[in-house]
Design a protein around this ligand. Structure first.
Ligand SMILES: C[S@@+](CC[C@H](N)C(=O)[O-])C[C@H]1O[C@@H](n2cnc3c(N)ncnc32)[C@H](O)[C@@H]1O
Length: 263
């Protein structure tokens, strides 16, 4: 039986890394046109810095209730809302697009009944990479180090595979107060495969007040004081065996992955 289409819609958007300028005009328009904003409170605040709210209903939730948040957004759309679900960066990278898809998968009548669209944003790794040169210029992958939604043993296996494949890797959710030591374990796994001179980009609060983008070596990343600079506002890009730095007087070096790689 064909479900009755509902008049509401869910739009899943990414704000980009933080600065209002890096949010696409399309996403701004969608924020303006929405009846409801749904998201982690901090991201609603970021959205309000980009587009001044004009009476949209605000549905603020904490960071750990993604499934409930996604379901709530779909329920609001069933009632006719023009609902925007807000993520930072890109909504498809460790963010709300998957949570919305999981809810549609759990209740497939909604997949046909509700108009859902996903709108890309600039992800943290892309923003940090652009500041540093072109560290993602060849094959790369992204990995979240958070073990909230997957076991640490799986993360270690994937890090080992990334190392063996000689891929550049962007590490999201690298280190938190609750898991201060796992980042060091992750660095140890990568050091089994990569030399200590491998370039690493440490991008913190990219595009936000207090931004810092530093280039260190993998050997330095194993040091406690360098690891102490890494937190949940940081993305860490570890180069491959082919990643190269170009020194610049008085500035952080450029880091890039060459366009061609040997056998
Ligand atoms: C839950 S993930 C969300 C990623 C987001 N959807 C994206 O595409 O950037 C949160 C992680 O993204 C990274 N991140 C997000 N914004 C960042 C920024 N402005 N600067 C550096 N890292 C950032 C950090 O690793 C943080 O722990």
């Amino acid at each position: 039986m064909t479900p009755t289409p509902v008049t509401g819609r869910v739009t899943v958007v990414g704000l980009g890394p933080g600065s209002p300028d890096s949010c696409s005009p399309e996403v701004r328009d969608l924020l303006e046109d929405a009846s409801d904003w749904v998201g982690y409170g901090r991201y609603l605040d970021l959205a309000a810095d980009i587009v001044e709210p004009t009476g949209q209903a605000m549905h603020r939730t904490n960071n750990r209730v993604e499934a409930e948040r996604a379901r709530h957004a779909l329920d609001l759309a069933v009632e006719g809302g023009r609902v925007v679900v807000i993520s930072s960066g890109d909504p498809g990278v460790f963010a709300m697009a998957s949570a919305v898809m999981e809810q549609l998968d759990a209740d497939r009548t909604l997949a046909s009944a509700i108009e859902v669209t996903v709108h890309a944003g600039i992800s943290a790794a892309q923003a940090a990479a652009a500041r540093a040169g072109a560290p993602l210029g060849h094959d790369f992958c992204v990995l979240s180090l958070s073990d909230n939604l997957k076991p640490w043993a799986l993360i270690e296996r994937r890090l080992d595979a990334v190392g063996a494949a000689d891929l550049v890797v962007a590490l999201y959710n690298p280190r938190s107060r609750h898991r201060p030591d796992q980042f060091g374990l992750a660095v140890d796994v990568l050091r089994r495969h990569r030399g200590d001179t491998t370039p690493v980009v440490v991008g913190r609060s990219v595009g936000r007040p207090g931004e810092s983008v530093r280039v260190v070596t993998l050997g330095q990343l194993a040091e406690a004081d360098v690891q102490a600079e890494v937190d949940m506002a940081t993305v860490v890009i570890v180069g491959s065996s082919q990643s190269t730095t170009i020194e610049r007087a008085g500035r952080e070096p450029w880091v890039y992955a060459p366009r061609s790689h040997p056998d």
